[in-house]
Ligand binder design. Sequence first.
Ligand code: ADP
Ligand code: MG
Length: 929
Amino acid sequence: MPEAFGVVKNAARRLKDRQHSFTVCDQPMKWDMVHFDVQLLGGVVLHRGRIAEMATGEGKTLVATLPLYLNALTGRGAHLVTVNDYLARRDAEWMGQLYDFLGLTVGCIEHDQEPNVRREQYAMDITYGTNSEFGFDYLRDNGMATTREQQVQRGYHYAIVDEVDSILIDEARTPLIISGPATVSTHQYDKWKPLLEQLVRKQNMLCNRLASEAIEKFEEGDVETGGRLMFKVKLGQPRNKQLLRMMEDPEKRRAIDKAELSFYQDTRKEELFALKEELFFTIDEKSNESDLSEQGRAFLNPDDPNAFVLPDLINEFTEIDLNPDLSDDEKERAKTERQQHCDAQAERIHNISQLLRAYCLFEKDVQYVIEENKVVIVDEFTGRKMPGRRWSDGLHQAVEAKEGVQIDRETQTLATITIQNYFRLYQKLAGMTGTAETEAAEFHDIYKLDVNIIPTNRPVARKDSNDRIYKTRREKYNAVINEIRDCHIKEQPVLVGTVSVEASELLSRMLKREKIPHNVLNAKFHMQEAEIVARAGQPGTVTISTNMAGRGTDIKLGDRVAARGGLYVIGTERHEARRIDRQLRGRCARQGDPGSSRFYVSFEDDLMRNFGAADRMTRIMERFGLEEGQELEHRWLNKSVETAQKRVEQRNYLIRKRTLDFDDVMNNQREVVYTYRNETIDSEEPRTLIYEVIDEAVPAKVKEYIADDEPNYAGLIHWVNTTFPLGLTKEKAQFETRSVDENTQFLIEKIKDAYERKSSHEEPTAVKSLERYIILNAIDRLWQEHLYAMDSLREGVYLRGYAQKDPLIEYKTEAYDMFVELMANIKNEVLNNLFRSTSNLQAFENFLATLPQFLLREHAPTAPTANAPARARQPQPVGAMAGIAADGDGAADITLDLPVRRSLPKVGRNEPCPCGSGKKYKNCCGRVA
Ligand code: ADP
Ligand code: MG
């Protein structure tokens, strides 16, 4: 290591000596850096697979060159993971100067690259890219590519994650998902939108009226009635403005909470129900659920109030079955008709409830923004846009309908991995950031990463002042604006941090009114982000930013700014995590510069309202007797805020840990499936894999039919003849005369023999790719269904927590059973497709010609509609066996049936179960067994 690091540092010195100039992202630059001692230290920590905590502006980009060089010497590839595409390209081009000088190659993965370009980038010694590009490439390589040539990555040797907290903690909350359009999409969001808008308006009016009544009651001193009325508002319109305001008043809040608590007692269930019926619908913010009341249903469809209730399908079916006047055919038809009716109802209920959520719980510019006529999700934590990601289960479409933009098709999960599990693939992982210390326990537990704090190159001269605490948001913001104005006048640059896009825009409006020029940096301006940040240190500049964590660009001070005190950082709200606050503070006073920071807090802030800090503060405030516009400032008030933050951090950690515990189950399964997939892709002799399937799946089937006391020989013959073209008869099979094992051997030999005959007519390389294709196709299709089933299981299993069972244990057991079934199904599917696929039509016809004549019916085989040359390269299974009938044991005229997929009514998973149990479908009949 010392030698390698020495080489890198020396290279940097030479580049500096020769005043090496170059361009980075179209900006001309000169090389002016030689590693500082603390940077060498940082490099040591990274090389050892740990996290280096180094403050903003300490030059982490340069630090990474040391271990990247050393680890890339192995030739197995070293990766550097950044938070966005821009930084990946900037750092690759910038540090590329050094690598180039050292004789190493460097690549960069970008969003719109073609697979062959990506493969070239991965083939370089060092590769830069964002976490989602790396993760998605992994999913595509292992879950979708069908040949080695289509895969782009080449292993997971060493990775350094820049802004590691941002990536491994904040982003880790949403897994990476590759989804494709769902096969069916029959929404009616457009159709329901106008009526629903009216309904929501009616409800809002009702809630406003209730709130006004409540205010009167509160004024009359009837706190109980007031609380009850407001609880009703909370049920009907959780984001009601007056409600939010009242929740900030300790006395009213207590009254509302009390009303809520009392209604949830068992004895008052009916009263609660009656209360809900006085509204048009109820909506629950926490569980994200909505319900129409009788009134609401009548409003949406006055002619048929039952239009939004699921029919009692099970009863209807029983009635049909028991009806002596109907023939079997008529019964079937009647059932199909009822089934379709039920499907339509379920779809309608689902659409309405998603629209209600879209209107009542999702706000534009908070949870999402509209961009290029699309609904783009905004990450609540970082304020960053997440283009390409969609809410599931039709919610995204409902929001699209609400906003009047184009409604895209619903999607279905094709492949998914959590970021945690992607990074665990690496043999050695390291990370760097300005803020890791507060999350050290999590890094250790989940990633086995320890944190080392590296001292700064120069002493830190930043002054962190105590928080200023106000009664209301309004007073707080006014104070912030005054402070900004003062700084602006004396030309001190200010960086203002907010926790939401909404707050940024509010401040921006206030500043406009004051005619103070400023830049806003938030989800909407992702593109100019780095540029705005870089300019934020110029005299008199005001920059507003939602969440500075992981922005990756440091702020250099302009001329004369140091004399004015350097950059001043104002936080307008304490974030849920102390780490994010530290990130914001860390933006000033880089490399020994002067700088200062202060947070402004109000009792109305979410953190204060939700995590107990407010109660204690209110008491203090009452004692000090705080006047309008007055502020509090004391060291131990900061402590109170921090205690609340620690509580939230702990809670969020447990949530992430839980997500991971659940994903670990999936991860083991994913590994097995992906390994099998890759083995198939890499196999030179895929026939051995096919034969392994036969050797495993046939004995299981034989056992199923004939291993117990009452062997079902006819059933076995039926199965054989519907799966393989063996034309087995009772006489030919002679199953009774042999043992189970002997019968198994007998069948295996016959099947293999038939298979050899079939493939002998085809071109050997084409047969190989066909064989691979048959296995891959079975894996992919069933794995996707399995992913879907696992999702349902996961949702369902939580409800069992109430029954004193640990959901995780339940999940593990059931997931295991489902996985065993999945693997068996994959094998059966391979068997099913063995003889239904061909690499070329001519060969298939030749094969058919050799089959025993009695196997072919007169009008047999309807030729597959394949055009042979195209198929030869990309073989597809074809349903050509459909015409082949077997003349089995009393089972003449059996044709090869494709399995019937759907036997249960299609009911939305969140809808009430059609069996009438009152439970949700997914937790009742629709529960994944
Ligand atoms: P960080 O990622 O740690 O916040 P950066 O890697 O973005 O910091 O670097 C911050 C600035 O410090 C860059 O403009 C870079 O040019 C400068 N810098 C880093 N290391 C050195 C060095 N050894 N000598 C001179 N300037 C340096
Ligand atoms: Mg950086």
